[in-house]
Design a protein around this ligand. Structure first.
Ligand code: GRF
Length: 198
């Protein structure tokens, strides 16, 4: 079966992007990374993608002012140009409008550093500690218009230690992220999970 053509959208460091790129080096992996797209020219992940020989593009959201759809039409044009079939958000710090999300329904996935539906949004590790959560983790889910709310593809969790601070928790959750994101993308690329059957 042909490998699915995947774009990864980033805004920063790109460690999850790197995990996906590494997984896709295996010829048996069902997806290939054909594009890394960032809304920020200073995203560190861009250099890594370039070093791997992957096409990169910057679509600077600030050029579009408050017009989110104009920004997304520019994203869409890049995705079409590169004949992208699946989109992975990996630390992409822009909210996407229903216009874009519906267009990619079932083909757009995100990684979130918490056990959804707990701790949607930002600062998940601080909030997990503040609330005394006994467990924490990471989630890969399909993206729907409502933030951090789509059907869950994969999750894994860890026990919060009495000695944990936000940094130690973030580091251990990140290890989970790097493990489950490639697994989840493979499931979607092989058609083993789909949004339609919830
Ligand atoms: C990760 O924790 C991811 O779950 C969240 O943003 C962070 C991005 O990190 N959405 P990186 O850019 O993949 O290193």
């Amino acid at each position: 079966m042909a490998r699915k053509r995947v774009a990864i959208l980033i805004s920063g460091r790109g460690s999850n992007m790197t995990a996906l790129v590494e997984a896709a080096k295996d010829p048996a992996y069902p997806a290939e990374i054909v594009l890394v797209l960032s809304n920020r020219a200073d995203a560190a992940g861009l250099a890594r993608a370039q070093a791997e020989g992957i096409a990169t593009v910057v679509v600077d959201h600030t050029r579009f002012g408050k017009d989110r759809e104009a920004f997304e039409r520019a994203l869409q044009a890049e995705l079409e140009h590169h004949r992208v079939e699946l989109v992975c958000l990996a630390g992409f710090m822009r909210l996407l409008t229903p216009w874009f999300v519906r267009r990619w329904e079932g083909r757009l996935i995100n990684i979130h550093p918490a056990l959804l539906p707990a701790f949607k949004g930002l600062n998940t590790h601080e909030r997990a500690l503040a609330e005394g959560a006994t467990h924490h983790g990471a989630t890969v889910h399909f993206v729907v218009p409502e933030m951090d709310s789509g059907p869950i593809i994969l999750q894994d969790r860890l026990r919060v230690l009495a000695t944990d601070d936000a940094d130690s928790l973030a580091a251990r959750v990140l290890e989970i992220e790097h493990r489950i994101y490639p697994q989840a993308l493979a499931l979607v690329a092989r058609g083993e999970v789909a949004i339609g059957d919830r």
